[in-house]
Design a protein around this ligand. Structure first.
Ligand SMILES: C[S@@+](CC[C@H](N)C(=O)[O-])C[C@H]1O[C@@H](n2cnc3c(N)ncnc32)[C@H](O)[C@@H]1O
Length: 242
C-alpha cells in the first residue's frame, strides 16, 4: 500500500514534479500584459506558486483561499488574502478574475461560483477559468486503471461550465500541455494522487486501492530514460464582453 500522506504533502510532491506552474504563469503574465490589467482577483491561490509572480504584475492583487495554512503563508509574504471559500462578498471590481484549477464543484455550485466571479469583472475585463476537461487520453487511461470511468460526469460538468460562461459573455478557449516528471515512483504516485483526489478522502482511498495497477500502467507507458512522466492538458476559458 501507498504510505498515507496528507493533501498538503501530496500538493508539495506535485509542485516539485510539475512544469505546470511555469507554463501557466507564463501564459497568465502574457495575458495580464496584453490586457493591460491593473487588478487581479486570484480565487484559490493554493500555496501561491502562481500568485507571487502574478501579484507583482498588477497594482492591485487580492486572493480568496479557504485553507488557513495557505492563506497565512501568502499573507506572510505581504499578499492580501481573504480566508474563505468563494463566493465571497467583495466590494470591488477586477480587470482579471482568475480561477485556476479550483472548479470541481457540483453543478449548482458551479453556477453560483461563475455568477459571483463574473459580477466582479470590470466591463473591459476578463474572467479566466483554467481546468482539465477530463477527456484527455492519458487521464482516461488513469481513470480506467482506477476503474472510475467518470467520463460522462466530466463531460457533463465541463459542458455545463462552458454553457454557463457562454451565457455571461464571449468565450475563447485555448489549451496547453504540461508534464509531471519524477525519478521515483513514490513521488509520481503522490503527485497523481493529489491531482486525482482533489482533496476528497474517498477518491484518495480509491487511488490507494489501485496502487499496483497504477504502478503497472506507469511502468509500461509512462517511464522513459530513467524517469516517470505524465502529461496533462489544461484548458483556458477566457470570458469577456467583447
Ligand atoms: C489545485 S489548487 C490550485 C492552486 C492555484 N490556483 C494553481 O493553479 O496553481 C486549488 C486551490 O483552490 C482552493 N479552493 C477550492 N475551492 C475553493 C473556493 N470555493 N474558493 C476559493 N478557493 C478554493 C483550494 O483550497 C486550493 O488551494
Amino acid at each position: 500500500m501507498m504510505t498515507p500522506i496528507s493533501y498538503e504533502r501530496a500538493f508539495e510532491a506535485f509542485l516539485d514534479c510539475t512544469d505546470e506552474k511555469d507554463a501557466l504563469c507564463q501564459w497568465l503574465l502574457e495575458c495580464l500584459e496584453v490586457r493591460q490589467a491593473q487588478s487581479l482577483l486570484d480565487i484559490g491561490p493554493g500555496t501561491g506558486a502562481l500568485s507571487i509572480p502574478l501579484s507583482r504584475a498588477v497594482k492591485r492583487y487580492r486572493a480568496v483561499e479557504p485553507i488557513a495554512s495557505y492563506a497565512m503563508q501568502l499573507q506572510a509574504q505581504g499578499l492580501e488574502v481573504l480566508q474563505q471559500a468563494f463566493p465571497a462578498n467583495l466590494n470591488e471590481f477586477f480587470d482579471v478574475v482568475l480561477a485556476s484549477h479550483v472548479i470541481n464543484l457540483s453543478d449548482t455550485d458551479v453556477n453560483l461560483f461563475i455568477k459571483a466571479a463574473w459580477r466582479l469583472v470590470t466591463p473591459a475585463g476578463a474572467l479566466i477559468i483554467i481546468t482539465h476537461q477530463g477527456i484527455e487520453p492519458d487521464w482516461l487511461a488513469l481513470t480506467r486503471t482506477l476503474k472510475q470511468d467518470n467520463l460522462p460526469y466530466h463531460q457533463a460538468v465541463f459542458a455545463r461550465l462552458v454553457q454557463l460562461l457562454n451565457e455571461r459573455g464571449v468565450v475563447a478557449s485555448q489549451q496547453i500541455t504540461t508534464n509531471i516528471t519524477s525519478q521515483t515512483l513514490e513521488q509520481m504516485l503522490a503527485a497523481l494522487a493529489f491531482v486525482w483526489s482533489d482533496g476528497d478522502r474517498q477518491r484518495w482511498q480509491i487511488f490507494e486501492r489501485h496502487y499496483e495497477a497504477i504502478q503497472a500502467l506507469l511502468e509500461e507507458n509512462y517511464f522513459r530514460q530513467g524517469r516517470f512522466f505524465f502529461p496533462f492538458v489544461h484548458t483556458f476559458l477566457t470570458v469577456t464582453n467583447e
